[in-house]
Design a protein around this ligand. Structure first.
Ligand code: 0O2
Length: 293
C-alpha cells in the first residue's frame, strides 16, 4: 500500500511536476508555510495555464457539467431563496424602525465554471468540481448593498440572530481593507435546506457593502479580468483605484455623519410634536364631531 503511494507520487511528479510539488510540500509543511507555497505554485500554474488552453477548456467543461446539474442548481436555489427571504424580512424590520430603506439591493449568483476553474488555479488546487465543493466557500453568493456602513453590521447582526443560520466565518475587509483598497464585510454562513432525504446545511458567502464600496468593487472586478491592459497602464490604474478607494471611504464616512445630523433633527422634531400632536388631533377630532352633529 505504502509502495503504491510512493509510486503514485513519483508517477505524478513525472507527469505533472507542478501538481506533485504542491501536494508533496503541502502535506509536510506547516499550514501557513503550505499556504505560501501553494500561492507560489499557483502563480506557476496560472502562468502555465494559457499554454494549455485545450486542457483548460476541457476542465472548465467538466466543472460546467456539475454546475448545470438540475439537482445541484435546485439545492443552490433553495439556499438562496431561504437567505433572500430572511434578508428581505431583516430589511423590512430595520427599515420600519428607521423609517427609511436600509438595504438598497440584494443580488445572488451561483459561481460559474470559469470562475471556479480560475479560483482553484489561483489557490494552487486541482481544478475539478469535487475540490471546489470541498474548498470554495463562495460557490453560492449573496450580495447585500446598503447606503450606510454602520447598517451593514446591523444587517449582519440580525442575520446572526437567526437561530437556524450558522455563521462559520467573518472576514471584515471594512475594518481591515485589502491592500488594493477593497472593502466589504464577508460572512460565510450555513443555511439549512429541506430535501426529501432530510435537512442539509448549505454554505453561502454573504457579502455586505455600501453603495460606494460596491461601485468601487464592481469596477475593480472588471479591471482584474482585463488581461489586455498594458503593464504601465495597469500600474497607473492600480494607483488610481487605490485613490478612488480612499475617496470612497471618506465619502461613506461623511455621508454617515450627515445622516446622523438629519436623524438627530428628526428625533428632536418628533419629541417636540409628540407633546403637541395628540392635543391638536383631539381638537381636530372634536371639531369634526361637532360639525357632523
Ligand atoms: P467572483 O468573480 O466575484 O466570484 P479564502 O479562501 O477565504 O482565503 P477567497 O474565497 O478568495 O479566499 O476569499 P475572499 O478574498 O474573501 O474573496 C471572495 C470574494 O470576494 C471574491 O470572489 C470577490 O467576489 C470578492 N473580492 C475579494 N477581494 C476582492 C478584490 O480585491 N476586489 C474585488 N472586486 N472583489 C474582491 P472571487 O472568486 O475572487 O470573484
Amino acid at each position: 500500500m505504502q509502495t503504491s503511494a510512493v509510486t503514485y507520487k513519483i508517477e505524478r511528479y513525472t507527469i505533472d511536476q507542478l501538481e506533485s510539488k504542491i501536494k508533496t510540500y503541502g502535506k509536510t509543511m506547516s499550514k501557513k508555510k503550505s499556504k505560501k507555497i501553494r500561492k507560489e505554485q499557483a502563480q506557476e500554474l496560472s502562468s502555465a495555464e494559457p499554454e494549455h488552453p485545450e486542457l483548460a477548456a476541457e476542465k472548465t467543461a467538466a466543472i460546467a457539467s456539475y454546475i448545470k446539474d438540475p439537482d445541484y442548481r435546485l439545492r443552490c436555489k433553495a439556499a438562496i431563496d431561504i437567505l433572500m427571504a430572511k434578508l428581505k424580512m431583516i430589511n423590512a424590520e430595520l427599515s420600519g424602525q428607521k423609517k427609511r430603506t436600509v438595504i438598497s439591493q440584494i443580488t445572488n449568483r451561483i459561481k460559474s465554471a470559469e470562475s471556479i476553474y480560475a479560483k482553484l488555479l489561483k489557490k494552487g488546487l486541482e481544478p475539478d468540481f469535487e475540490t471546489a465543493r470541498k474548498n470554495l466557500k463562495d460557490l453560492i453568493g449573496i450580495r447585500v448593498v446598503c447606503p450606510f456602513e454602520d447598517e451593514l453590521y446591523q444587517v449582519a447582526e440580525s442575520l446572526e440572530m437567526q437561530k437556524d443560520i450558522e455563521i462559520v466565518r467573518i472576514k471584515d475587509y471594512i475594518k481591515n481593507p485589502k491592500k488594493n483598497g477593497y472593502k466589504s464585510l464577508h460572512l460565510i454562513v450555513k443555511t439549512p435546506i429541506f430535501l426529501k432525504e432530510g435537512k442539509k446545511m448549505i454554505t453561502v458567502e454573504v457579502q455586505l457593502r455600501t453603495i460606494a464600496m460596491d461601485f468601487w468593487a464592481s469596477l475593480e472586478h472588471k479591471l482584474r479580468y482585463k488581461k489586455s491592459i498594458p503593464e504601465d497602464q495597469s500600474k497607473y490604474l492600480a494607483e488610481e483605484m487605490m485613490d478612488c478607494a480612499q475617496i470612497s471611504s471618506a465619502l461613506d464616512e461623511r455621508m454617515q455623519k450627515v445622516r446622523d445630523v438629519i436623524m438627530q433633527a428628526e428625533e428632536k422634531e418628533e419629541e417636540k410634536s409628540s407633546g403637541v400632536e395628540p392635543l391638536m388631533l383631539r381638537g381636530l377630532t372634536e371639531r369634526i364631531r361637532q360639525k357632523n352633529l
